[in-house]
Design a protein around this ligand. Structure first.
Ligand code: BDP
Length: 688
């Protein structure tokens, strides 16, 4: 076991009784593989059933007891002849699984309106087998809630991966287009299995060369592989491409020759990749070029690209992650910049907004932009890769974080209008929408570095398909598919995963504290200039005042949230110091004062890691030795880092609170000076 198969681990069903039943219920397969996607259906089913049932599956057209019939009304006579009412109930690339008697024979149908729907149905059936569910009386209908279910790679041309932590980029440019790495196909399979239908393959800090003819040649090979799994390629583009690639004096979106340049470029792209998805753009952000240099706003900038893509049905995904170093509250910025542009973007532009208003912090309230752009297509951007959360060293299952944002009510309308409902297009009349996540798979054998990063990737896909799924159920699926159906393994890993977010937040940035990490974003540095500007610790208290007496970022939320966050008593304590600057003796709900509560949280975070470690070690006999040893070692590192975070922060803040660390807690191992010093080692990840 090395983790390569991820959740597509098709090992023989361990429950003998179920195995026999499955073998009877899935005796032969009837399908027509006359399209590339139906061909993928056939291959996956063959691989899945051969592995799970440990027998060679028979393909044929004999309708007998235990037959599995797959297809759409167009490519399957059997599906068409049943006149299934389910077909009118599914939308998009949804599917249904149904057990039906035909001429006395019990048959399993996997059917959809599109070939891709059938592929998703196959993965759903295989998931049932992998998780050992009964399939004797199937009646499942499922349709995706999000239109775009996307992932973003932050991969560079030199194969480095920004915030990747799992080896080199998967895309081996020097060997493309001639050599096709098996990983491309396995990656596409894993993506399709969780419903992903779009991929931006390169870093948002984009190298312009990705859209040169040489690269498009290589990219078109990837596009073909992904197409077989229903996945469209998007490219991140550099806004100054005409300047960089063709020595233009300007990239002004209103300049006719610039417009023409993009029109021609888009034409070339579609000739090579007819189903190209569109452009992802980071403009006027962190040094990236954009329309602002020419006095044009973001809508003007985006629309120019959108016009070029429009004839082909292409999209512009325009990122809202903007801030300058001068404004006094960075949290306000995306909203202040974009709200006045609502309604000004073309129909094929989607504004891509990070889940929170700052930057993928361990915990943020949702971005108020989600409730403030009724006339602009929106999509959300999550981060699966653990940039601020221990890279590929710490165990974390992010589904509860994703759900916290998705389930948040924006109060954009009187009736419920959660972030997820807005993205599902049921609140406003959006033309396009969806969910995306920055993921990190690379050349590391297990793809993601820490095996559990896969769980967040998996959960993201499942939630993009259906955000109503419970984190717990998704975790259970993932564990069964990736590790084992053994009850002890399932319950123990679930327990570990469920506590992981609380641990990660508590030992880093509890109670709404934020951005107090080192420059590498790995370790703690509450003493740094940037951190101080976020936590605002002083003798009189802690936290950032975003109420009307401070930056007034609370006003960006719809009523009643704006007034709820304005007052300390109605602000959830998990966001308390995000919105308020409070005295050290402020009384918390627990009865503790702020200082005691803060210290308690930090210590609790570390205790949870210890507990996770204990629980994991109880699985020694149940988990394969490779993955057991790997995760055990990583948990040791996590505990080391958690203590470093706790002790650095507690000792640092103590200088301001002037209060003692309650006696019941262990004394930090080192003095504050020590923790400050290790920050300045060249790479704070390889300390100790
Ligand atoms: C920040 C990352 C940086 C990204 C940026 C972005 O540190 O590497 O380029 O976000 O999302 O969190 O553009």
């Amino acid at each position: 076991e090395d983790g390569y198969d991820m959740w597509l681990r098709y090992v023989k069903v361990s429950n003998q009784k179920l195995l026999e039943e499955y073998r009877d219920q899935l005796s032969n397969v009837i399908l027509s593989d006359d399209s590339p996607i139906m061909n993928s259906v056939k291959k996956e089913l063959e691989m899945g059933l051969n592995g799970l049932l440990s027998k060679t599956i028979i393909f044929g057209d004999k309708l007998k007891e235990g037959a599995v019939v797959l297809g759409t009304p167009k490519n399957s006579f059997l599906v068409a002849s049943q006149k299934f009412t389910e077909l009118s109930k599914i939308s998009g690339d949804g599917y249904f699984l149904k057990t039906q008697k035909i001429k006395g024979n019990k048959v399993t149908f996997i059917a959809a309106n599109t070939d891709l729907g059938v592929l998703y149905g196959v993965f759903a059936l295989l998931r049932k087998l992998q998780t050992q569910q009964p399939i004797s009386n199937l009646n499942v209908i499922s349709s995706p809630k999000m239109e775009l279910r996307m992932v973003n790679h932050w991969d560079n041309i030199d194969r480095s991966v920004e915030r990747g932590y799992a080896g080199l980029s998967l895309w081996d440019w020097s060997k493309l287009p001639q050599h096709i790495d098996k990983r491309y196909v396995d990656y596409a399979r894993a993506s399709a299995s969780i419903g992903i239908n779009a991929i931006a393959i390169n870093n948002v800090n984009a190298d312009a060369n990705f859209i040169t003819v040489e690269f498009l040649e290589k990219i078109s090979v990837l596009a073909e592989i992904f197409r077989n799994y229903g996945i469209k390629i998007f490219l991140s583009v550099n806004y100054a491409s005409p300047v960089i690639l063709d020595n233009f004096k300007t990239a002004d979106p209103m300049n006719p020759t610039v417009k023409k340049w993009w029109i021609d470029k888009v034409d070339i792209i579609y000739r090579k990749i007819p189903d190209f998805g569109g452009f992802l753009v980071k403009a006027d952000s962190e040094g990236q070029p954009g329309p602002k240099a020419y006095n044009r706003n973001h809508a003007e900038g985006a629309n120019m690209l959108a016009e070029a893509l429009m004839p082909y049905g292409g999209l512009v995904l325009w990122r809202a992650f903007v801030y300058s170093h001068t404004q006094n509250d960075r949290v306000r910025e995306a909203y202040d910049e974009f709200v006045s542009l609502d309604g000004k973007f073309m129909d094929n532009v989607i504004l891509q907004i990070k889940n929170g208003p700052l930057d993928f912090m361990p915990r943020e309230p949702f971005s108020p932009l989600f409730g403030a752009m009724p006339k602009t297509n929106l999509m959300i951007e999550f981060q699966v890769t653990q940039e601020y959360l221990g890279n590929a060293n710490h165990l974390l299952y992010k589904a509860p974080m994703f759900k916290e944002t998705l389930d948040a009510d924006t109060f954009a309308k009187r009736k419920a209008s959660t972030v997820a409902q807005i993205l599902e297009k049921i609140v406003f009349e959006y033309k396009h929408s969806g969910m995306t996540a920055v993921i990190n798979p690379g050349t590391t054998r297990n793809w993601t570095g820490h095996p559990f990063v896969q769980s967040s990737w998996y959960a993201f896909g499942r939630l993009a398909w259906d955000y109503d799924l419970a984190s717990d159920d998704i975790a259970q699926e993932w564990i069964k598919m990736t590790f084992s159906n053994n009850k002890k393994v399932v319950n123990t890993l679930k327990e570990i995963m469920n506590q992981s977010v609380k641990a990660a937040v508590d030992y880093r940035e509890p109670l709404g504290l934020t951005h107090i990490g080192t420059g590498s974003h790995y370790g703690p540095a509450p003493w740094s200039k940037r951190s101080r500007s976020f936590h605002c610790a002083s003798k009189d208290g802690l936290g950032f005042d975003r109420t009307s007496s401070g930056s007034n970022a609370v006003e960006q939320y719809n009523f009643p949230l704006s007034s709820k966050f304005e007052k300390t008593k109605t602000t959830p304590e998990k966001y308390l110091l995000w919105f308020h600057h409070l005295p050290w003796n402020y009384k918390m709900k627990s009865g503790n004062n702020l200082w005691e509560e803060l210290v308690t949280k930090y210590y609790e975070g570390v205790e949870i890691v210890k507990k996770m470690q204990r629980e994991f070690s109880s699985l020694k006999k149940e988990i394969d030795i490779n993955r057991f040893n790997h995760v055990s070692a990583l948990l040791e590192i996590q505990l080391r880092d958690a203590k470093r975070w706790r002790d650095s922060c507690v000792l640092y803040f103590q200088q301001f609170s002037g209060m003692p660390i309650p006696e019941k807690f262990e004394v930090p191992e080192y003095k504050l000076e020590y923790y400050k010093k290790i920050e300045y080692k060249r790479n704070d990840i390889i300390i100790h």
